[in-house]
Design a protein around this ligand. Structure first.
Ligand code: PLP
Length: 432
């Protein structure tokens, strides 16, 4: 283990006998080198990112399907496919997931999509109102297995809230780091659970760099950073979006998915989840397309995609979609691979289009999305207009967060009129 200490921080007990269910090892996404499960995230051989490798060899398809369907109405129904112990549902955890897949016929009509073909996967229904609860729920099980007592993260806002809540419930200390100038709703959501919340004078990429330094320093010793040294475990949580979407469609792959990109982790793990379902025989193997969505003010992956590049040039973010504002996305190159391999694309919309899309989704389907949801709906609209998204095919658009956290984006939305409490006054206002 000695050679790994440069990419991990020390904890009391590490890998001797961790029980993380079907998780068998960590495997390098670049060179395939395998190491035992532990709080490490970079390959000793090539510094590539590590991800979980599983042993699913003992599963029978029909038995597995039945076991999942009999499971709890949260992500732990998929415990046999995740890096968590088999008794995970009995542990104190925020138990996210099994959010609604809304058949969005009104939105479909507005966008010119065939009736019954458009769905919104609404992850605003998670415990802290964003998709981040899925990834944190996994990371906290890894933190428990590795003996960490303090949880931390670098966050664009939603992650800080998810870590705060999960740590409170599971009895960890938390200390999380965000850019100091985030939306008020995100700051309060991150602070209310009683952990420490530190604002850093800089953007997310500065916060992330700071956390990487902290991990290597005695000050951060024994800390589990959910999206740094626990990243391989954290990232797997996004697979549950893929599992749920397919199960909710009646164990069927959608034809097209529109997925937001911050670091790109969610998009790459949705693809991993779909591939696993195919390999396990839980869905029929047919082609699907994954489309990535960014805000124009932070569109490094979209720019690289359109230019035909394999590398992603970092940007300095400037957009209202702050939860997606990662200028140097770690999974950017993998997103490009997936978009190209599946026949999808990566597209971006400007802030005005984001706001229009938030309002469109709200008035058609009664779903109030945060700016990230405005990005995916806006990008879906743009992709239909430019012919890349097929309006006759089953399409799932992700809403990953709650509009109550980004109220400033829709400032000016409010009262239709202010009247005296009389019928005359009501009639005068022209609303009768
Ligand atoms: C973090 C986040 C995402 C996606 O993040 P990735 O880093 O790409 O996995 C999407 N939507 C919201 C609202 C988020 O907070």
């Amino acid at each position: 283990m000695a050679a790994q200490t440069d990419v991990s921080n020390t904890v009391a007990s590490t890998t001797d006998s961790v029980d993380l269910g079907p998780a068998a090892a960590l495997s390098c996404r670049e060179c395939g080198h395998r190491v035992p499960l532990g709080p490490v995230f970079a390959c000793q051989e090539c510094f590539g990112p590590l991800e979980i490798a599983y042993d699913f060899s003992s599963y029978d398809t029909e038995e597995l399907r039945k076991r999942i369907e009999a499971g709890p109405a949260n992500i732990w129904r998929y415990a046999p496919l995740l890096p968590v112990p088999a008794d995970v549902a009995d542990k104190p955890n925020i138990n996210p997931g099994w959010t609604k897949l809304v058949q969005a016929d009104n939105l479909a009509r507005e966008l010119g999509v065939d009736p019954g073909k458009l769905f919104v996967k609404d992850d605003s229904g998670n415990p802290t109102h964003s998709f981040k609860d899925r990834v944190v729920a996994q990371a906290i099980e890894a933190a428990r297995a590795f003996g960490f007592t303090t949880l931390s993260c670098s966050s664009t806002g939603n992650l800080a809230g998810a870590v705060g809540a999960a740590a409170a419930r599971a009895g960890f200390r938390s200390c999380v780091f965000i850019p100091h100038d985030l939306e008020q709703g995100k700051i309060v959501m991150a602070a209310i659970y009683g952990g420490e919340l530190v604002g850093i004078e800089g953007n997310y990429d500065d916060v992330n760099r700071f956390c990487s330094e902290l991990i290597g320093d005695p000050a951060g010793e024994g800390w589990g950073f959910v999206n740094v040294n626990l990243r391989p475990y954290y990232a797997e949580g996004s697979k549950t979006l893929a599992y749920e979407i397919c199960e909710q469609l009646g164990w069927r792959l959608p034809d097209q998915l529109v997925v937001p990109i911050a670091s790109g982790s969610q998009l790459t793990k949705i693809d991993k989840g779909l591939q696993e379902l195919i390999k396990l025989g839980l869905v029929e193997d047919r082609p699907y397309k994954i489309f990535g969505a960014q805000a124009e003010g932070c569109s490094p992956v979209s720019v690289a995609y359109k230019a035909g590049h394999d590398v992603v040039r970092p940007q300095k973010p400037n957009t209202i979609a702050k939860s997606l504002a990662i200028g140097n996305p770690a999974d950017g190159p993998y997103v490009l691979d997936i978009a190209r391999r599946t026949g999808g694309a990566v597209e971006d919309v400007n802030d005005e289009q984001v706001v229009d899309a938030i309002k469109l989704l709200a008035r058609t389907e009664g779903i109030f999305a945060e700016t990230a949801g405005g990005v995916t709906v806006g990008v879906a609209r743009k992709l239909i207009e430019n012919g890349l998204l097929d309006p006759t095919k089953t399409t799932v658009v992700l809403n990953t967060g709650d509009g109550l956290k980004t109220l400033d984006a829709v400032a000016g939305t409010g009262l239709s009129a202010t009247i005296r409490p009389t019928l005359d006054s009501f009639r005068e206002a022209g609303l009768a």
